[in-house]
Write a protein that binds this ligand. Structure first.
Ligand SMILES: [Zn+2]
Length: 305
């Protein structure tokens, strides 16, 4: 494991034992899976096979506004059709379930309590409007805007026994360089910090959300907690999540969990060069399949040789 940390003498990220490979597929049921997913999940499946490992399917259905049960069924059906096999998941059970994030709240709540007790997180009362005025617009990756740090010195959290009602942010070590070696893309380096001076100059990400004011655990927290709890040894996912990896490494360290290895896949783009999104219905696995394509055709179209 080669996740290392530079500067201010901080400890390295600890790695987990890699005795047996455990990989995961972790789609969100917010739309139909498209060619980009087909490619990433195919790579994940191949890596699990090559390592004689176990593949886990995790249904990332945390967001009650955007998740739909019909898309859970579609994801499972489309990936099975593509020839991808997993042995733990919402459809087949397993030792580390439940495998739907909407059923794992107790795990996230436990992590929230530990992070709060350790002083790693703080309540943020900034409104969306406050943040809109203070920060730049996010680009087209997984970015959330770099938080200006308005509430980060708010250390007294004794009034909060539960996370609901306010946003909770992880206080990133300002200026810390998070480095890790991606198994596909090589050495990656991201600078954590606040956007106080200017708009986060030289910083790649800031104090990120771990719990939303509408009482939904944030993506970063849920993924870090689940990867640890499900004993994932390698995370294979799209390159749009590289910065999220840096955030999750900080969370895993704060929670005293080992970090998995990472393998980020290049993104599949449409003919105009834009990265695929779930709105690209014509390039969904479902529609290509209904149009008469075979699984092999679809994988080829996704760039698999
Ligand atoms: Zn705030």
């Amino acid at each position: 494991m080669s996740n290392i940390l530079e500067g201010n003498g901080s400890p390295s990220f600890s790695s987990i034992s890699h005795a047996s490979y455990r990989g995961r597929l972790a789609p969100s049921p917010t739309g139909l899976l498209h060619l980009g997913h087909a490619r990433t999940f195919w790579v994940a499946a191949q890596r699990a096979i090559a390592n004689q490992g176990t593949l886990i399917f995790r249904n990332e259905d945390l967001d009650p506004q955007r998740s739909r049960p019909k898309f859970v069924h579609a994801m499972i059906e489309d990936l099975r059709w593509l020839g991808i096999d997993w042995s733990e998941g919402p459809d087949c059970g397993g030792a580390y379930g439940p495998y739907s994030q909407s059923q794992r709240r107790t795990h996230y709540l436990e992590a929230w309590h530990r992070l709060r007790k350790g002083g790693f997180i703080y309540p943020c009362i900034c409104s969306r409007k406050d943040l809109g005025q203070a920060v730049s617009a996010p680009n087209d990756t997984d970015d959330e805007p770099i938080y200006p740090g308005t509430c980060r010195e708010r250390k007294d959290t004794t009034e909060f026994l539960e996370p609901a009602g306010v946003n909770w942010r992880f206080r990133v070590p300002d200026g810390e360089v998070v480095e890790f070696t991606d198994f596909n893309l090589g050495l990656r380096r991201y600078v954590a910090g606040t956007g106080q001076e200017g708009v986060g100059q030289g910083k790649d990400f800031g104090d990120f959300l771990v719990w939303r004011r509408d009482d939904v655990p944030a993506y970063q927290l849920a993924v870090a907690v689940d990867d640890a709890a499900m004993r994932i040894t390698e995370v294979v996912r799209g390159a749009d999540l590289l910065k999220s990896t840096a955030r999750q490494l900080l969370l895993l360290r704060a929670l005293e969990y080992g970090a998995p290895d990472y393998f980020h896949c290049e993104l599949v783009r449409d003919s105009s060069g834009a990265r695929l999104a779930k709105r690209h219905d014509a390039l969904s696995i479902r529609h290509l399949r209904e149009g008469g394509m075979t699984a092999k055709d679809v994988l080829k179209m996704a760039g698999w040789p």
